[in-house]
Design a protein around this ligand. Structure first.
Ligand code: 5GP
Length: 115
């Protein structure tokens, strides 16, 4: 069994967060320290610590994370202007919470390359 996580507790509503979408597979909520006017985290409800632990069985779930991001981008009004999706993996990738998540960032112009 993977360990319980902060984000799993948010998905189970045991910890407070501004949840903007939830279904049986995924949960999306506002980042507590937003780095853009729109900053939402999209997680699988089940714990996958990092992308390195994702398996072939998770193929549909990983696709669902992206399609949820796309729908939220539309709903939050950033689809046309544009947005960025980020998935950090392990320390060198900048990951700090070990429950796989996609950052949806928008509402300002992004720079490249990332830091
Ligand atoms: P990572 O660095 O792992 O890719 O991203 C983790 C993100 O989770 C960070 O942007 C951080 O601000 C956010 N975060 C950490 N703790 C909490 C929390 O308790 N609630 C919410 N809503 N976001 C959190």
């Amino acid at each position: 069994m993977p360990p319980d996580t902060l984000f799993a507790k948010i998905a189970r509503r045991e910890l407070p967060a501004e949840i903007v979408y939830q279904d049986e597979l995924v949960t999306a909520f506002r980042d507590i320290h937003p780095v853009a006017p729109i900053h939402v985290l999209i997680i699988p409800n089940k714990v996958i610590p990092t992308l390195n632990e994702a398996t072939e069985e998770d193929t549909a779930l990983l696709g669902k994370l992206l399609l949820t991001a796309r729908k939220l981008a539309e709903q939050l009004g950033i689809a046309e202007g544009g947005y960025r999706l980020v998935l950090n993996c392990n320390p060198d990738g900048g990951q700090s919470v070990y429950h796989l998540h996609v950052h949806l960032l928008g509402g300002r112009k992004m720079t490249w390359p990332p830091g």
